[in-house]
Design a binder for this molecule. Structure first.
Ligand SMILES: [Zn+2]
Length: 257
């Protein structure tokens, strides 16, 4: 957040100097355009990279961890496919962290209950996960989080404290919303691209390449391919002596209030 303020202040000062220099014919007009583009690319990088911490603090991996512990997270459920994911997790006695969408919980309350009963962790992933959610006002985004908290609380009897922004996008409105609701923002450092890559092998390779203790893996419990990838992944983890923990354990934080 501090970096963003420094970038903005430097850009404004540089802008004033450049405009003055242009006024005195010391610089060409397009030098202002170069500055604008530079600012735009830095800001765009901050918006699209949750790990950059440009707009808000997020936990995306725990590099301080010396043990071979990793966390597997599942976004966008609950969904019918979640049941298959739960089966695989059960088979290997592994606990996951599920970032659930409020409207999906409305559709599949029994599946949410099952996730809770089987001692996995539930986090908030907004109510609608709308394609345009990243241009919502602070108030509208705050309501997305609060509504989802309410419905999760209805089933878990506990207020969730973990939040993952859709698409990993962050911006000033989302930063303000999260500050209001008091959630801990959770990112990832191992993106599987299981929603777009059609090959199990390629997805698995993306996740397991250079995997180390403290890593956070992003999967989607809504995808059929993820069921097979998960089984392969859990076998890999077993063979390589990794322990899978939930997000709260990986970062030693509270998952619920
Ligand atoms: Zn999502």
């Amino acid at each position: 957040m501090l970096i963003r303020k420094i970038v903005n202040i430097i850009s404004i000062i540089a802008g004033i100097l450049i405009v003055t220099a242009i006024g005195f014919n010391k610089l060409p007009w397009w030098s202002l355009l170069v500055l604008g583009l530079l600012w735009f690319f830095i800001t765009a990088y901050g918006v699209t990279n949750i790990r950059s911490g440009y707009f808000l603090k997020s936990l995306s991996s725990n590099p301080k961890l010396t043990e071979k512990k990793i966390a597997i997270t599942f976004d966008d459920g609950p969904d019918f496919n979640t049941l298959k994911i739960l089966e695989v997790l059960n088979k290997y006695n592994v606990k996951g962290t599920f970032f659930c969408i409020g409207k999906q919980i409305e559709k599949h309350p029994d599946i949410l209950k099952k996730i809770i009963q089987e001692n996995h962790i539930i986090g908030n992933h907004t109510f609608t996960h709308d394609k345009l959610i990243d241009i919502y006002s602070t108030n509208k985004f705050t309501n997305e989080i609060k509504e989802t908290d309410t419905i999760i609380e209805k089933f878990s009897k506990k207020k969730p404290l973990l939040f993952r922004p859709p698409y990993g996008i962050t911006n000033p409105n989302i930063a303000r919303a999260v500050k209001k609701t008091g959630h801990t923002v959770i990112g990832w450092n191992k993106r599987s691209f299981d929603t777009t890559i059609p090959s199990e092998k390629v997805i698995l390779k993306r996740i397991t390449k250079n995997l180390k203790g403290g890593d956070v893996i992003l999967l989607h419990d809504t995808k059929i391919i993820t069921v097979a990838v998960l089984e392969q992944l859990l076998l890999f983890l077993q063979r390589n002596n990794f322990t899978t923990v939930t997000i709260d354990e990986l970062f030693s934080i509270q998952a619920y209030a």
